[in-house]
Write a new protein. Sequence first.
Length: 103
Amino acid sequence: MDIIAEILETDRLAEETLQSTREQCREMIENAHAEEQRLVDENKSLEEKYAEECEQDNVRRREAATAEMLQSRDRQIADMKSVFDRNREAWVNGIFKRITDRG
């Protein structure tokens, strides 16, 4: 009977080991799924942060380009005003002369 008891004990231990192994496997799978989800969430967060940084960088570049264009426009307007101020009297006199010489 000792041999039968040992076989039954071995079978019971094997069943416990199998059950423990199955539980460990289930826990490892759950942990792997949790880690996968954590990595997905972390990656999504990093993607959102990168997209936000890119958008902010684009806004800064657009604002800088706009400011540069406005400065260029203001310089051109100032240059045209300067040319107009220097030549106004000559242009007025020339127009007046052309009008009065016709008649």
